[in-house]
Design a protein around this ligand. Sequence first.
Ligand code: NAD
Ligand code: DAU
Length: 376
Amino acid sequence: MNILITGGAGFIGSHVVRLFVNKYPDYRIINLDKLTYAGNLANLKDIEAKPNYKFVKMDICDFEGVMNLMQTEHIDGVIHLAAESHVDRSIKDPFTFAQTNVMGTLSLLQAAKAYWESLPEKYEGKRFYHISTDEVYGALAMTHPDGIEPPFTTKASSGEHHLAYGDKFFTEDLKYQPHSPYSAAKASSDHFVRAFHDTYGLPTIVTNCSNNYGPYQFPEKLIPLFINNIRHRKPLPVYGKGENVRDWLYVEDHARAIDTIFHRGNVAETYNIGGFNEWKNIDIVKVLIKTVDRLLGRKEGEDMDLITYVTDRAGHDLRYAIDSTKLQKELGWEPSLQFEEGIEKTVRWYLDNQAWLDNVTSGKYQDYYHDMYDKR
Ligand code: NAD
Ligand code: DAU
């Protein structure tokens, strides 16, 4: 198979590219990425010389370019991750989000449709897999019908018990109710993907995943930003009261889910991906402080005074919580890591890879493409 992965130089994309390149030596993996501020080829240093891997610098909005690439590389499957992904940026600059997330997705859909329809086998053996987010479902309340104070132990439809901050979860049949320009643009792209299946028969799959954490995440997002700040003893800007709840999944578990669904998921289906792992922001921040302090040989918790409550994010969604029972039951995927283990691994990685963080925060990482490709 020849697989086009978009956004492969970003956080999640780089883990997906690495997994596919290493696990499937018989596949050819074409990584298409515009290398925006969020794209960093240093994320893929360990696999960039592999014979089944190729990088192409391109904007997904460039329809002619994408069409040409699909034809010359004989693309059989698309795994689409390229997007503008940061909610705070979307509040400042919604246009870029509409352009990349909506128009870019449309350009890819149209190119896949045109190329695959031109082949004798048409859509047979082809797959367009769109990676989306749980944020399209909106926000959940933090309530229990019997007035029990959250967090409480609840039973997921999978039958397992876990801690939750409300009695409702995001399921695949929920109505979309996006609030931020980022989630509105992602919701719109999801609708286009489904419309291409319903109208033209394009073999599409959509997945909606919860918050990811792990190595190579751009340090504008909560976890890497705060690890870096704690290390340098800089203030930790907690939005509002830190009461918002997010549902965290280790990035490699997301990549494994993508592998499972790409190969075994049913066309036209939606799968939610998450690990039933809800945390209040302020509690995560405290875990991060204690973990960084301990690993740096400081007194555990001595950096608690770095916590600084700042003005809340506009339209800040209160709670996200994914119900991934369908994926777990139908395709047998489940998360491999407990959060405590995953967060320890993640903090260690950022502390051991300070050069990676420094390159990103200084902006030097953007020279990497030039050194790797322009000079060759
Ligand atoms: P990221 O911001 O780290 O990476 C995005 C990548 O897309 C970058 O490499 C960037 O250069 C590339 N890109 C951006 N615009 C482009 C364009 N016009 N053409 C080509 N490439 C472009 O994002 P991420 O956190 O890795 O998220 C990847 C995908 O997963 C996104 O679609 C996001 O909506 C979705 N998602 C993310 C999370 C999360 O917690 N991070 C959770 C669920 C879903
Ligand atoms: O739910 C999936 C989504 O998770 C993805 O679709 C997005 O691409 C991804 O960025 C992420 O969105 P969030 O807005 O939840 O992630 P972020 O790391 O920006 O923020 C996590 C929580 O922490 C959120 O409630 C806002 C809060 N926060 C964030 C930052 C950056 C702070 O309190 N302070 C901060 O400085």
